[in-house]
Design a protein. Structure first.
Length: 134
């Protein structure tokens, strides 16, 4: 067993580094993008990687815009959020937005947030995060 202690791992090409086991099988893929934001009042990104902005598109609707586009729209999007706008409402349910816009493109993903107990009511989310894998 060997231990590698380094400060930076850098790919020899523009592609991300590949982590493989001793058989040459890829075993790890990192997130291609992630973001944490507060969607109440003036929207504010708290931290992010490969996300250029989050656009407020109305109550409970957000568009997460990627700094570097994905190769295609066949990636996964995972969201979680909590609301502080109404005391005791707790967890919200995220839905990949479905309307006249594309739901997921190489450049962005749109998400709508609804109360956990009433999926017809959209709500701005105070503590929201999204992680994107491809």
């Amino acid at each position: 067993m060997s231990t590698l202690n380094v400060g930076t791992i850098k790919s020899v090409s523009s592609a991300a580094p590949v982590f493989q086991n001793s058989s040459g099988t890829e075993i790890i893929q990192g997130a291609k993008a992630w973001v944490k934001w507060d969607g109440t009042g003036t929207l504010a990104i708290n931290a992010s990687f490969n996300v250029s902005s989050v656009t407020d598109q109305g109550t409970g609707y957000y568009k997460v815009n990627f700094a570097t586009a994905f190769a295609d729209a066949h990636y996964t999007a995972h969201f979680q959020g909590d609301s502080a706008t109404i005391g005791g409402t707790g967890h919200m349910n995220p839905y990949i937005r479905s309307d006249s816009e594309s739901q997921m493109t190489t450049n962005y993903t749109s998400v709508a947030w609804h109360f956990g107990t009433n999926s017809a009511t959209r709500v701005d989310v105070a503590c929201c995060s999204g992680v994107f894998h491809r």
